[in-house]
Design a protein around this ligand. Structure first.
Ligand code: GRF
Length: 220
């Protein structure tokens, strides 16, 4: 089986990169990571790539255009067919985004289009929403926009702070990103009028209430 070649862009810890590395360790998984790039040489994610024997490179501190040109050249050289942003914290050059249109994906820890940009978990708590979660989407030029591939819902608890909510969302990110990459690799995603159609997709049947109905049935 020819596996889809993916390049991963990171800036830091790289736990989502690790989730993809772990998924790809299964020979039955339809994608493999061929290159990891970071804009920060100290990114812990580079160590993860090294441990997994994956080619990796830091492209430190140039301008946005210079990073895009160097990243694009390295990705083309590696044979990457899909680029996954995994905690890549800089705004990407618009020419890079255009060059990889519909082959460039991102994961964001909120239910987009709610709470784009920095600190989405903090934004969710400040807004008082009862559910947040994470989104995998194709990347467009504007930050955290683009056709949505998959989402996961995480209930907000009354005693949540930013750290606790972030940790619970992150656990689900690690399931969602490998699943979304799998769907892409299996050729099941089609972008139609800037929305994603997933071949053979089924939505879960259950609904979730927060607070749960048990509270109301106790008579308050
Ligand atoms: C994740 O929450 C991801 O959704 C966001 O940045 C964070 C990166 O974490 N874009 P990690 O580097 O993958 O651990």
């Amino acid at each position: 089986m020819a596996r889809l070649k993916i390049g991963v862009l990171i800036s830091g810890r790289g736990s989502n990169l690790q989730a993809l590395i772990d998924a790809a360790a299964d020979p039955g998984y339809p994608a493999e990571i061929v290159l990891v790039l970071s804009d920060r040489p100290e990114a812990a994610g580079l160590e993860r790539a090294a441990r997994a024997g994956i080619a990796h490179q830091a492209i430190p501190h140039p301008s946005r255009e210079a990073f895009a040109a160097a990243a694009n050249a390295a990705l083309r050289q590696s044979g990457a067919e899909l680029v996954a942003l995994a905690g890549y914290m800089r705004i990407l050059d618009s020419d890079f985004v255009a060059a990889w249109r519909d082959r460039l994906i991102n994961i964001h820890p909120s239910l987009l289009p709610a709470f784009p940009g920095l600190h989405p978990q903090r934004q969710a708590l400040a807004a008082g929403v009862r559910f947040s979660g994470c989104t995998v989407h194709f990347v467009r030029a504007e930050v955290d926009t683009g056709p949505i591939i998959a989402q996961a819902v995480v209930p907000v608890r009354a005693d949540d702070d930013e750290e606790r909510l972030s940790a619970r969302i992150l656990t689900v990110e690690h399931r969602l990103y490998p699943m979304a990459v799998r769907l892409f690799a299996e050729g099941r995603l089609e972008v139609r009028e800037d929305r994603v159609v997933v071949a053979g997709a089924t939505a879960p049947g259950a609904s979730l209430l927060n607070p749960s109905e048990a509270l109301a049935s106790r008579g308050g």
